[in-house]
Design a protein around this ligand. Sequence first.
Ligand SMILES: *Cc1c(COP(=O)(O)O)cnc(C)c1O
Length: 392
Amino acid sequence: MKNYQVNDEGYYGEFGGAYIPASLEACVKELRENYLKVMDTPEFKEEFGMLLHDYVGRPSPLYLAKRLSDKYGCKIYLKREDLNHTGAHKINNAIGQVLLAKRMGKKRIIAETGAGQHGVATATVCALMNMECIVYMGKTDIERQHVNVEKMRMLGAEVRAVTDGSMTLTDAVDAAINDWSKNQADTFYVIGSTVGPHPYPDLVARLQSVISEEIKKQLLAHEGRDYPDYLIACIGGGSNAAGTVYHYLDDERVKIVLAEAGGKGANTDMTAATINVGREGVLHGFKTLVIQDETGEIREPYSISAGLDYPGIGPMHANLAAQKRAKALAITDSEALEAAFELTRMEGIIPALESSHALATLSKIDFKPTDIVVLTVSGRGDKDIQTYLENR
Ligand SMILES: *Cc1c(COP(=O)(O)O)cnc(C)c1O
């Protein structure tokens, strides 16, 4: 049987691993040797479970979208991560990693953020747990994501502007890694998606796996069977998708569809469709598919959706695509916008632009009337209202 989980060396097939400078080896090793042990303790499980339930508001509903189902000729359930506290799935991961940091004796939390969503989730949890929080953010992104910057500050985090390079996410990652290597003894680096050196992709996937754990129970209650015919999720780095598919990876009855950001089109230079156009390379400490030019230089990705605007993809997903376990569809900006307006008008749910990419796959798949589909709505659209208004 094929294995889609990480192996002992930190690889998913040929992707993953830990490509890090010598200065980081000790802290990555410390994390690798502790994360499973800590997460397996009854104390961790109890506190994590309590916070997901009472603070985040889990389980998130699994909602049968009737009008959407009628339109696409199958049964479509929406997994409502948009209803979580702070408006997306990222809080599941932030809580888990800060709990882990505390148990590893760390006092200081650092994170990097592009659009600001992961920064806000991390700052939220640090306020809750009374931890020092420093968020690295490119200066360009600080100017673009003003509201999230103010939220982080209100929550008590220090937002540090990064003025190197293109002053965006990639440069913020470098700044966070630099901080981590200098402050290993007391600092924990909270990564926001299934990316980075091993064990981060596995750690984040496990923390988000509560999504598919709940889907199993909820589908059984709704349908009398605990698996769908299709699972659909959008992918930036891959964390909401990893959580959605985690407990179904070995169940080949379940087809997996990943929606990546096509931008202006996967055949143009303005795209973030990594699985469709990327080639193997090393990015941010792991081997994966990377959007690059002929010389191997990373190409600046583009998407209308800030959360999907990443030049790489988590190693789990690169492998799922390589093994043909998952199909990756590139969704353009305009297709995503159209899907957002459709969900809003048909179901009264304004989705995040990222999630709209997942919704746009519905019109590209040939469903049978008996098909049961679970689609994860990773976040709510409040943060994207300006973009929606400009593209009405
Ligand atoms: C950050 C974000 C994403 C993309 O991140 P993944 O790790 O791929 O899940 C998707 N949707 C929303 C709402 C986000 O905030």
